[in-house]
Unconditional design. Structure first.
Length: 182
């Protein structure tokens, strides 16, 4: 059952970037955080403002005590271990200090990065650009995340990326990211 179709905090914002629904007792969100390129500029400013709104709403969800999964394309590479190489993306909004700091602030609210929790040392990518033979070189980035509230953490059984899907004809540049909960 859909419970919310927009991120609160800016009634004038009509971009379809957030939805949440209750699924088997778990509130699951779908997030499409703005890309923010080119930066600096209005698109990057919008990204940061949107992230601030997400932080406020995520705090209220975490404080509710309900089981919540914040799932989606965050358009943030959290650390240098989440990208094949930094040089070609150095000026990209996905790697700038302020979105990375916002992501860390989100985790500091108590959210668990499910993929990183179960695969702490692995190079795990969720996105491969269509350019420069990124897919064939496994030159990926991890920008899609599944974050778990404290009350759902103990139910985490498995997490992964269906990387093979990205290799199909006419595939998205993202691969499906998934978790299994008990």
């Amino acid at each position: 059952m859909c419970s919310r179709r927009e991120l609160p905090g800016n009634p004038a914002d009509r971009e379809a970037r957030y939805i949440e629904a209750a699924v088997d007792g778990v509130l699951v969100t779908s997030i499409y955080l703005p890309n923010g390129n080119p930066q600096p500029g209005p698109k990057f400013d919008y990204k940061l403002a949107w992230f601030e709104r997400l932080l406020v709403h995520a705090r209220s969800l975490a404080d509710s005590g309900h089981p919540v999964v914040l799932a989606g394309d965050y358009n943030v590479v959290p650390t240098d271990d989440d990208i094949y190489a930094i040089r070609s993306y150095a000026n990209n909004a996905l790697l700038q200090p302020s979105p990375r700091a916002a992501y860390r602030r989100l985790l500091a609210q108590g959210w668990l990065d499910a993929l990183r929790a179960l695969h702490p040392e692995e190079r795990v990518y969720t996105f491969w650009d269509y350019l420069r033979n990124s897919w064939s070189r496994d030159a990926g980035l991890r920008i899609d995340h599944l974050l778990l509230s404290e009350s759902v953490r103990p139910r985490l059984v498995a997490a992964g990326v269906d990387k093979h899907v990205r290799g199909r004809d006419n595939a998205s540049d993202h691969a499906p990211v998934w978790i299994e909960l008990s």
